[in-house]
Design a protein around this ligand. Structure first.
Ligand SMILES: Cc1ncc(COP(=O)(O)O)c(C=O)c1O
Length: 432
């Protein structure tokens, strides 16, 4: 039986009371905007309040892994809900969080990333890593090590600390004057000299591909070179796998592809399969032990949130790991990645397609004017194409003029074809 939704009334109430993220208010609230009201999901598909169906082409902002309404994740959530929904992680613990920590660390070689600190989302996973790195140095006789090195165009979240590491101008200029020491670099060339100065707490990178930069891939080998440079001077490496984690790049974690183990690994978005907000910062025993000692030494890590280690979120994450194993998700993904590569090839022939970038099951299609210059940003060409794609059954968001195509890993080859067809039609309808 289909629920009946009063789309007009929902839209009116939304515009009257809700403030949406990363959204120009005036346009959202204008009379001619009918908000898209999503009411149901099944596998890679979403349904709106009018009963129209769409491919979830950006995995609900890069979160969904195995599809919506997955029976294994739903069952795990219901079972946990019948036990308890939430308990404090300050001064007590709970079975799903304990098991999840053990299973996450078991995904890495023994004696590497053996400790898990839970928080709520990608930004707080990064904040935790930063604070741990700073405090580690304070407690290890090197308090001057307080500078971070991050990359141009990086995005690590929007809490003030994580935002400081970001390298995207539009976001950075809003926090000018509220910054701590961060040096941005565009490649590894200046890094050797910077690291020698002895004031660096950690280097942070989105491995293999930068997401919000416009789905820009790094040259192969850069990550392992970065690890070597950090090792040479014993500087921490933080990997932000908030977007790339959980199969998105074709392996469980992007860092596996260059045999790199970081000192801190930040996970969120896909951790719960995309069902609930939960994040994890994984680190080493070396880091953990620097926070030990008698209470009077005041080495405690005074950081954490009300919903840390939330049992529902952890149950969803455990179920998501079960699905990876039971459904051989990574094995089944490889032919889909190859299929996506084949199907993306036809985009190259359009005069406004500047570049097609792919990393595993993530694709970014960048449009520019036929002479290769970017469209004026005010024209919002990428956004217009995505709005048109919606009419053809594909939901996605652009990053400026890069169109993201990264549906859930369960998406079938037929759905990939339909989604890309929708995107192709939208490009031609908007630009020809
Ligand atoms: C690489 C990366 N790090 C961190 C974040 C922040 O995650 P959240 O929005 O869950 O705070 C994002 C979000 O897009 C991201 O892509």
């Amino acid at each position: 039986m289909r629920d009946v939704w009063n789309t007009a009334e929902l839209g009116r109430l939304d515009k009257s009371h809700v403030w949406h993220p990363f959204t120009p208010n005036q346009e959202w609230c204008s009379a001619d905007n009918e908000p898209l009201v999503l009411v149901r999901g099944e596998g890679a598909m979403l349904e709106d309040s009018h009963g129209r169906c769409y491919l979830d082409g950006n995995s609900s902002i890069w979160t969904n892994i195995h599809g919506h309404s997955h029976p294994t994740i739903k069952r795990a959530l219901r079972e946990q809900l019948d036990r308890v929904a939430h308990v404090s992680f300050l001064g007590s613990t709970n079975p799903p969080a304990i098991e999840l920590a053990a299973r996450l660390t078991a995904l890495f070689p023994p004696q590497t990333l053996s400790r898990v600190f839970f928080s709520d989302d990608g930004s707080t996973a990064v904040e935790a890593a930063m604070k741990m790195a700073i405090q580690f140095h304070q407690q290890s006789g090197a308090p001057h090590r307080s500078r971070f090195i991050a990359f141009d165009n990086a995005y690590h979240g929007d809490t003030l600390g994580a935002a400081n590491l970001g390298g995207i101008g539009t976001f950075q200029k809003r926090i000018e004057g509220h910054q701590f020491p961060v040096t941005h670099i565009s490649d590894l060339n200046p890094l050797g000299e910077l690291l020698k100065k002895g004031d660096v707490a950690a280097v942070i990178i989105e491995p293999l591909i930068q997401g919000a930069a416009g789905l820009r891939t790094w040259p192969r080998g850069l990550l392992s070179d970065l690890r070597k440079l950090c090792n040479d001077v014993d500087v921490f490496l933080i990997l932000d796998e908030v977007m790339t984690g959980f199969g998105r790049t074709g392996t469980m974690f992007a860092c596996e592809q260059e045999d790199v183990i970081p000192d801190f690994l930040c996970l969120a978005k896909g951790l719960t399969g995309g069902y609930l907000p939960l994040a994890a910062t994984l680190t080493t025993e070396r880091v953990f032990s620097a926070f030990g000692g008698p209470f009077e030494d005041q080495k405690t890590f005074y950081y954490g949130h009300s919903y840390s280690g939330n049992p529902l979120g952890c149950s969803a994450a455990l179920a998501s790991l079960d699905v990876f194993r039971e459904e051989k998700v990574l094995e089944n993904l490889q032919p889909k990645i190859a299929h996506l590569r084949d199907q993306l090839a036809r985009f190259a022939s359009h005069p406004c397609i500047h570049e097609v970038r792919q990393c595993g099951f993530i694709a970014g299609i960048e449009v520019r004017q036929p002479d290769g210059t970017p469209f004026p940003w005010q024209q919002r060409t990428g956004a217009k194409i995505c709005m048109t794609a919606r009419r053809h059954g594909l939901l996605t968001r652009p990053i400026l003029d890069t169109l993201a195509f990264m549906p859930p890993l369960c998406t079938t080859t037929a759905q990939i074809d339909e989604g890309l067809q929708a995107l192709h039609t939208a490009i031609t309808e908007t630009l020809d």
